[in-house]
Design a protein. Structure first.
Length: 77
């Protein structure tokens, strides 16, 4: 019962997993991050960063919603 009552701990994912999940190249990922179009990474070491799994999931969901809203606008009479 105790496990169910606790919120799930944030999960950090490294760049290879981010790239695999979103289908972007490294350069595009960093360009979009710099432009504020993708969640910023979190420093986890002197030369290491990671992304919050939940923020990447939210970004993917947002892209799906953007696509769906555009399709609805096109099909509206």
């Amino acid at each position: 019962m105790q496990a169910n009552s606790k919120a799930q701990a944030p999960r950090l994912i490294r760049r290879p997993e981010v790239l695999e999940r979103v289908g972007l190249s490294s350069s595009t990922l960093y360009e979009m991050t710099a432009a504020g179009e993708f969640p910023a990474p979190i420093p986890i070491g002197r030369q290491a960063v990671a992304w919050l799994d939940s923020e990447v999931d939210a970004w993917i969901k947002q892209r799906i919603e953007l696509r769906d809203s555009r399709q609805r606008k096109r099909s509206a009479p």
